[in-house]
Design a protein around this ligand. Sequence first.
Ligand SMILES: [Zn+2]
Length: 107
Amino acid sequence: MRKPIITLFICVTMFLIACGNPMNDTANSANTSETTANMATDTAIEKTYDVKILDNKKDPTCGMPVTAGVSDTAHYKNKVIGFCATECKAEFLKNPEANIAAAELIK
Ligand SMILES: [Zn+2]
């Protein structure tokens, strides 16, 4: 009775070895395409703000027009203020009252 069990064991082992590599390859290529998809999503989400959502024409800290590119925003008295950089936002928030005029609010 032992021989059939050994034969079956060998058959199962051979089957697993034979199928092992193609299965791994499929898993690897699935991971690769997933990584590519994630990278594409990251690129799409990359910090850009639509100028239409902003209430200012210029970065109040450095005076750069928001149309040149906004990488950060702050809310101030129900207005959305766009900044060219996080540093400009930080500078503005130190004393928003004194700098808000330079933002040239649209509304
Ligand atoms: Zn700036």
